[in-house]
Design a protein around this ligand. Structure first.
Ligand SMILES: *Cc1c(COP(=O)(O)O)cnc(C)c1O
Length: 381
């Protein structure tokens, strides 16, 4: 399955980096349009019955949104600001889902004004807000499901107890809303297929129970979580295998009329990003090489903290490798990228880069802590 990850071979990446540095100073985040396209197609190929809504929190850069908008994609937005970003590109409002279960009244009103009529919720007070400020909205009850084994846990903060879902959907109806289905998120970078299987089973039980009460649901939102490879030699469950199971279970548990949607973020944009940094300082200390890069934890390596992510640091140098510490440019010890990288001898100006870093990186970077700006995003084919 390795070939299906579509990673450029080493030499091609290195050429791309050299070409880019001729035109742009580092740090620079290269986003490859061809990879965005391939990931999108890969999703459609392996989950042909499921409509993907790109979760723009993974990377909301307008040029990335434009690529997906041109493909006719759907979008998952979590705030009025994200909604406006997508709508301003000419995406029709019916292609958006407002998938934050906790929304401010102002944001609900904005959605109503802008005709975004599909939302998730996971509690009763939220229903009162939606019913009052966006009457008639189509709503999906987000339920809490197992996030075991996923790198980022998303069920601590969100999701109604499944036993409560039928009550909530009935309540939505009584308030004049249109209860249409169920949504869940198995946790981000989910490599445990069982999470999806269990969540699908729980959802189908809710569909059955509501039907018995005379309420027919027709939308199932399976959220995000689809994993990518961050390291070249990682060997976890691949997307294709996961997709096959999801396809089979969805066909077994839901009837043909159920519209199934998903909210992939990382999967669509992660593999498209190559972050290129350079060494700005070096020393030898504690028997180790110390390298200071011009991007760090406050910038495009913020995913190390917020996304619990690890990246494979690479260089353009060959030669014997030594244990090294790699840190960012700010005056904060916390700004340490790695205490134990095996790297060849590097100098000031040497390139250090990471692949598969397009998601949850620039999106959560601080704009100018200590005066250091995150990497400029450069789109390439
Ligand atoms: C973050 C998020 C996503 C995207 O998750 P990935 O793991 O990046 O695919 C989808 N839906 C919701 C509600 C989210 O919060």
């Amino acid at each position: 399955m390795k070939s299906s990850e579509f990673s450029l071979n080493g030499r091609a990446v290195e050429n791309l980096i050299r070409q880019t540095l001729k035109k742009h100073p580092s740090p620079v985040m290269i986003i490859r349009r061809s990879v965005l396209l391939r990931q999108y197609r890969r999703f459609l190929t392996h989950l042909p019955q499921i409509t993907p809504y790109y979760a723009i929190k993974a990377n909301p850069h307008p040029e990335i949104l434009k690529v997906f908008a041109r493909l006719g994609a759907h979008f998952d937005v979590a705030s009025a600001h994200e909604m406006n970003l997508v709508l301003s590109l000419g995406v029709p409002p019916h292609r958006l889902i407002f998938a934050n279960t906790i929304k401010s009244i102002e944001d609900i009103q904005a959605a109503y004004r802008r005709r975004v009529r599909l939302m998730t919720f996971d509690n009763e007070p939220e229903l009162y807000k939606i019913a009052k400020h966006a009457p008639g909205t189509r709503v999906l009850a987000r339920i809490k499901v197992e996030n075991v084994g996923s790198v980022v846990e998303l069920s601590l903060k969100f999701g109604a107890d499944p036993e409560h879902a039928v009550f909530l959907l009935r309540k939505a109806k009584s308030l004049g809303l249109r209860p249409e289905g169920v949504s869940f998120h198995v946790g981000s970078q989910c490599t445990r297929i069982e999470n999806y299987v269990q969540a699908l089973e729980i959802s189908s039980a809710i569909f059955r129970e509501t039907r018995e009460e005379g309420l027919t649901l027709n939308v199932l939102d399976i959220g995000g979580g689809f994993p990518i490879r961050h390291f070249d030699h990682e060997n976890h469950t691949c997307f294709e295998l996961l997709a096959r199971t999801v396809r089979k279970e969805a066909a077994r548990l839901f009837d043909q009329k159920t519209r199934i949607i998903a909210e992939p973020g990382r999967f669509l944009v992660g593999p498209a990003g190559v972050l290129v940094t350079q060494v700005v300082g070096r020393t030898f200390r504690n028997n180790k090489n110390y390298y200071y890069l011009n991007d760090g934890i406050y910038g495009d390596f913020s995913g190390i903290v917020f996304d619990h992510c690890k990246y494979e640091l690479k260089t353009l140098r060959r030669g014997q490798k030594f244990l090294s510490t790699v840190a960012g440019p700010t005056c904060d010890s916390f700004d340490t990228i790695s205490l134990s990288e095996e790297l060849p001898e590097l100098d000031v100006g040497s390139v250090v880069y990471a692949k598969n870093i397009g998601a949850y990186s620039s999106a959560s970077a601080v704009q100018s802590f200590n005066g250091f700006a995150p990497a400029k995003i450069v789109m390439t084919d």
